[in-house]
Design a protein around this ligand. Structure first.
Ligand code: FES
Length: 260
């Protein structure tokens, strides 16, 4: 029996930010009411966030609530738009989405590996698989422990096991890759492994995992139109557009690109 999951066609939505909370030294959670509409997405679909007067930026939907009436973003302020965004409590913003394609293989045991702001798309996978009562292990890594902060509190709503990694003061001293490398978790005990974070982390994991067909990586590229029209988000060395074919890819389909 096949199951049809529903998600919206890409549209323009108006959102009102009603909560901004600093989770760690580098990450904020931002909760947004979708005004008079629903933005229904499936992981790892994403949105373009439009702050008036600033460049639109792509962002993962970290959590979807009230059947698309509320979304949560996890934001690392790194540029003009994101630095402005984390100051806009009770303000209105524009949102274009959902963009990209759902990628939801079925499995009973799911391993999610997130580095830094890669925690956002991994949270959405965690929320989705938790709704199906699947067994989820979530590894969240950063460089310093103050970058971990209160993020595990959100992860624990969905994951049965949460492991943090950093240079000092986390569950494991080391990197997300080390969790696999030194056998803290065993890849072959999971039906699917999902990875999001800095590209260097994804490259390291791509070199390390044994089953490329059961590893899903969430890529990041420059996104302009978000609709497969401008070509700015092409994954070089392939004919794949991140905004149209991704942002999630089966590792075996892009592993050569990651190894270049
Ligand atoms: S952002 Fe224009 S094709 Fe993807």
């Amino acid at each position: 029996m096949s199951i049809a999951y529903r998600y919206s066609k890409p549209s323009y939505f108006t959102g009102k930010i009603y909560n901004i909370n600093r989770l760690s030294r580098t990450l904020y959670e931002i909760d947004i009411n979708i005004i008079q509409d629903k933005l229904i997405s499936l992981p790892p679909q994403f949105v373009l966030v439009c702050v008036p007067g600033y460049e639109a930026v792509p962002m993962s939907i970290a959590v979807q609530e009230e059947n698309g009436g509320v979304i949560k973003l996890i934001v690392k302020p790194v540029g003009e738009t994101t630095n402005k965004l984390v100051t806009l409590n009770n303000e209105y913003i524009g949102i274009i989405g959902p963009l990209g394609k759902p990628l939801l293989p079925s499995g009973d045991k799911i391993l999610l590996l997130a580095g830094g702001s890669g925690v956002a798309p991994m949270l959405r996978f965690a929320q989705y698989y938790a709704s199906l009562k699947k067994d989820i292990t979530f590894v969240f890594g950063a460089w310093e422990s103050d970058e971990i902060g209160d993020v595990p509190g959100i992860i624990r709503r969905y994951a049965s096991e949460v492991i943090t990694t950093c240079t000092n003061g986390c569950d494991i001293r080391g990197t997300v890759v080390d969790v696999l490398k030194y056998g803290y978790v065993r890849e072959d005990e999971y039906d699917y492994v999902f990875v999001a974070g800095p590209e260097i982390m994804i490259r390291n994991i791509a070199n390390y995992v044994k089953n490329q067909y059961k590893t899903i990586v969430i890529m990041e590229r420059l996104v302009r139109c978000g609709l497969g029209l401008c070509g700015s988000c092409i994954i070089s060395g392939t004919n794949k557009l991140l905004c149209y074919d991704g942002p999630g890819f089966v590792l075996s389909d892009i592993v050569e690109v990651l190894r270049q």
